[in-house]
Ligand binder design. Structure first.
Ligand SMILES: Nc1ncnc2c1ncn2[C@@H]1O[C@H](COP(=O)(O)OP(=O)(O)O)[C@@H](O)[C@H]1O
Ligand SMILES: [Mg+2]
Length: 222
């Protein structure tokens, strides 16, 4: 279970402080698929980066299965990210000169999977997200946007994360492909009991998730 209490984050800049998150409270059950909506600048990416321990909150707590990740040492936060979190980004963030298979195998290497097991597991993950064997051997520039996002989902799931954080995963895709990607995430959250938080602008898509949080000016308003 993920419990966020009174989470705030401010950034200092030359023109003064910006409050990106203002006392956010939310709870997401294990295995739930939640969407986050809100206008640009409402704090969605900041929230995901706090949940993924990519940045430190100004105040408040983030409990993941009873542990406040905001209070972990830097080393433990890194371990938390590697073991518990899978990230999916709008721009896929794949390594362009590695094949789809090698991208996923690299994530398995970071996760400490023995070298002999990496290839078979990477092939299985890519097959699960719908990539054909010949596509698995292509480098990202030779895959469509939808295919690249499937690879990045396979990579995010490589080490059985408890939580997948997806920041506008369909922002670069046409709406039909975007729906397929969300269907895939939905299916995976069910079969792997993975908790998923995904930012989206598509209200059709948000309406199909278990729960939707709406952010406005750093506050949850619905
Ligand atoms: N590293 C940063 N430094 C300064 N301001 C930031 C930083 N990151 C985000 N912000 C500000 O925080 C607010 C929320 O940003 P963000 O979380 O990226 O919103 P969203 O993802 O909903 O578009 C915005 O006003 C943004 O300009
Ligand atoms: Mg954003």
């Amino acid at each position: 279970m993920l419990v966020v209490k009174d989470l705030s984050k401010s950034f200092s800049s030359a023109s003064g402080d910006v409050t990106a998150l203002n006392k956010v409270n939310l709870t997401v059950q294990t295995g739930e698929f939640a969407s986050i909506i809100g206008k640009s600048g409402s704090g969605k990416s900041t929230l995901l980066s706090m949940l993924g321990a990519l940045d430190i909150p100004t105040s408040g707590s983030i409990e993941v299965d009873g542990v406040d990740i905001a209070k972990l040492s830097a080393g433990k936060q890194t371990a938390y990210r590697a073991k518990k979190i899978g990230f999916v980004f709008q721009h896929y963030n794949l390594i362009p000169n590695l094949t789809a298979l090698e991208n996923v195998m690299l994530a398995l290497e970071f996760g400490g999977v023995p070298v002999k097991k990496r290839k078979a597991r990477a092939e299985q993950l890519l097959t699960d997200v719908g990539l054909e064997p010949d596509e698995q051997l292509r480098k990202p520039p030779r895959l469509s946007g939808g295919q690249q996002q499937r690879v990045s989902i396979a990579r995010a799931l490589a080490n059985h994360p408890a939580i997948v954080l997806a920041d506008e995963p369909t922002g670069n895709l046409d709406s039909e492909t975007g729906k397929k990607i969300f269907d895939l995430l939905h299916r995976l959250s069910r079969s792997e009991k993975t908790t998923i938080l995904a930012v989206t602008h598509d209200m059709d898509i948000a309406g199909k998730t278990d729960r939707t949080f709406k952010l406005k000016d750093g506050k949850i308003i619905a």
